[in-house]
Design a protein around this ligand. Structure first.
Ligand code: TYD
Length: 137
């Protein structure tokens, strides 16, 4: 986890079942998912200009999906930074453990859906950026 870099994170095409009456994207604990989902949560009603995230995890990995609208994710492994814009409900950003992330530029009405590999555990968070840099050394 310590050695993970932003290049270990990737955009995964979850694909969609298209029809004239709307689309559907399915996520199952199968080949598309490199971890079993233990928790789902979603962020919404984020006021314009607000930032979320600002932490890393020791063990947790996640799929992050712009279920509606758009937002940006800045990934940081202490040496490299990468900014991605999420704006398609069939694309997931896989964030591996040991990566600092910040989410910003939320569009009005956007929904950030998160599939997580573990239940909530505050002990798994690194919330101090200097502590993160020290961990990654
Ligand atoms: P946090 O993970 O810091 O939010 P973000 O990274 O999106 O800015 O969580 C915000 C608050 O919500 C914090 O007090 C912890 C709480 N929380 C839970 O209780 N359970 C959860 O599964 C999550 C994700 C957060």
């Amino acid at each position: 986890m310590k050695k993970n870099t932003v290049f270990d994170c990737s955009i995964v095409d979850l694909s969609k079942v298209h029809s004239d009456v709307g689309n559907i994207t399915i996520v199952e604990n199968n080949d598309y998912l490199p971890f079993a989902v233990k928790r789902i949560y979603y962020l919404y009603d984020v006021p314009g200009g607000e930032d979320r995230g600002g932490h890393a995890h020791y063990e947790l990995e996640q799929y992050i999906v712009a279920a509606s609208g758009s937002f940006d994710v800045v990934l940081d492994d202490s040496k490299n930074k990468q900014k991605l814009s999420l704006n398609r409900p069939y694309l997931a950003l896989h964030i591996v453990p040991g990566i600092w992330r910040e989410l910003n530029n939320f569009s009005s009405g956007s929904v950030c859906l998160v599939l997580a590999s573990h239940e909530y555990d505050e002990k798994d968070y690194i919330r101090d950026y200097n502590a993160f840099l020290k961990y990654k050394k």
